[in-house]
Write a protein of this length. Structure first.
Length: 128
């Protein structure tokens, strides 16, 4: 499940994009013939949330605020649950805001679940 401050987000069918990358800085050290490397800045990929259709508009409203010029940065958690709905693990994210919203495909000739997608920018992820 997802918890986002000020937003009751609930359960999602899929979450992707949880990735961190640290730059590699190569440098020369005087007379040393070996090129040395050290870690640089770390960046985090955007997180993509997918869920079945719901009448709850809180995530849409958060995205709409961004399109209206009012970025609301929020912290939140991605919580992994066991079969009894007990928490197994949690990832906390910070300074998040939605950058993309994708509506479900409407096709009367194709039965199936209506899936909504929201992509959020994050500046940091920690395992909690």
């Amino acid at each position: 499940k997802i918890e986002i401050e000020g937003v009751t987000a609930g359960a999602f069918s899929a979450i992707s994009g949880m990735e961190a990358t640290t730059e590699v800085i190569a440098f020369d050290n005087d007379d040393d013939m070996i090129r040395r490397k050290r870690p640089g800045r770390t960046s985090y990929s955007n997180i993509i949330l997918k869920r079945g259709f719901t009448n709850n508009t809180e995530l849409w409203d958060w995205y709409k605020a961004v399109t209206d010029g009012a970025v609301e940065r929020k912290a939140g958690s991605i919580i992994i649950l066991d079969e009894a709905m007990g928490e197994i693990m949690r990832y906390n994210f910070f300074e998040a805001w939605p950058c993309r919203w994708k509506n479900f495909v409407l096709d009367a000739g194709t039965p199936g679940l209506l899936v909504e997608e929201l992509e959020i920018v994050v500046e940091k992820i920690e395992r909690g």
